[in-house]
Design a protein around this ligand. Structure first.
Ligand code: NAD
Ligand code: KPL
Length: 305
């Protein structure tokens, strides 16, 4: 019997992973927040994945964090701002040498999680796959992409990567996961806040090329200073390419604000500005962007951290 995949977070990415692993015949267990959520989940009969307009229900066993079974492998699929508390809730269940896969976007939450569970191996992920919920316990697979996985302190790949391959989860092991995470953070910082402030789709930023270019220059300076020169390579060109390729889409932060959900600002722009402060770097446009975004969120009654 292979090691069970415990999945914490039955949202978009958690469901996308849990259903594909289950479909491949692998043992998966879903960890829900409390007894009430577990009962609601059981009443729904499982998780539904909608792909190519076809929906398929997967009756994945559920449990709460209070279940006694030890956890050897955990996929942490909550938002960055929930990650530390979520891991704390299952910390006593982690078996010695347990492996955690951290799906959170941005930077900062991974270190907070690792500090909570020093005996576990934390593997960070950076994903360009896209999924969204169209109902409770239902997720639509919206954008095919790729997931890079890596452990900044340990270059050896885990043995379970072949289970991802068997499940049809496109992935690659990298020894440069921090560079991947910084690069995605920089892209998100150059695009997402501006789409919120200008209330536009990604393509709308083509009308704000100077603003984007100035931010890219400051972000590149920051990446160099943080020892991430590879993440700074041709950043502006890459941002322009993504803006064009995703012109018709609303950024994830724009969607969060429109749907009145908390954003991950602290782990994106917040992390960038904090790193700049630590390095005593003055990046006026990035800092101004953070202030404008915080003000925008505050005015709409949304958390600005
Ligand atoms: P989501 O909000 O859809 O799902 C998170 C789930 O975690 C929610 O169901 C929430 O209730 C649950 N959760 C939070 N704390 C919990 C706890 N203590 N116990 C049990 N459940 C808990 O989020 P998502 O869109 O899947 O995003 C997860 C991460 O992946 C984010 O950092 C996001 O930026 C990143 N990401 C998402 C996508 C995407 O397409 N959705 C793509 C790339 C990266
Ligand atoms: O990742 C993104 C997001 O919307 O969060 C892109 C499409 C790259 C825009 O920053």
């Amino acid at each position: 019997m292979s090691t069970p995949w415990h999945v914490l977070g039955a949202g978009s990415l958690g469901t996308l992973w849990a259903t594909r692993l289950t479909r491949a015949g692998l043992p998966v267990r879903l960890i829900l927040r409390d007894q009430a959520r577990l009962q609601a989940y059981q009443a729904a009969g499982g998780l539904t994945l909608v792909e190519h307009d076809r929906s398929c229900l997967h009756a994945i066993p559920g449990e709460t964090c209070a279940s006694p079974a030890p956890i050897h492998r955990l996929l942490l699929a909550c938002k960055a701002y929930d990650a530390e508390a979520a891991v704390a809730s299952i910390a006593t269940r982690l078996a010695p040498g347990a492996e955690l896969i951290l799906l959170q976007n941005g930077l900062g939450s991974q270190d907070a999680v690792a500090a909570r569970v020093p005996g576990a191996r934390c593997i960070a992920a950076s994903s360009t796959e896209g999924a969204f919920r169209d109902g409770d316990w239902r997720v639509v697979f919206a954008g095919h992409g790729y997931t890079w996985l890596g452990d900044a302190g340990h270059p050896t790949a885990p043995i379970w990567l072949d289970e991802l391959a068997a499940s049809g989860i496109p992935h690659e092991w990298t020894t440069q996961i921090l560079t991947r995470l910084w690069r995605k953070l920089a892209l998100n910082c150059a695009i997402n806040p501006l789409t919120v402030l200008h209330n536009c789709r990604n393509g709308g930023l083509q009308q704000h090329q100077c603003e984007v270019a100035t931010l890219c220059a400051e972000l590149s300076e920051l990446l160099q200073c943080c020892g991430q020169p590879d993440a700074a390579q041709n950043l502006q060109q890459e941002v322009e390419r993504v803006v064009q390729a995703t012109a018709a889409n609303y950024s994830s932060m724009h969607q969060d604000v429109t749907q009145r959900r908390r954003t991950e600002i602290r782990y994106l722009l917040g992390h960038a500005c904090e790193a700049a402060r630590r390095h005593q770097l003055v990046l006026p446009h990035l800092q101004q962007l953070q202030l404008r975004l915080k003000e925008h969120l505050h005015l709409r009654g949304l958390p600005s951290d």
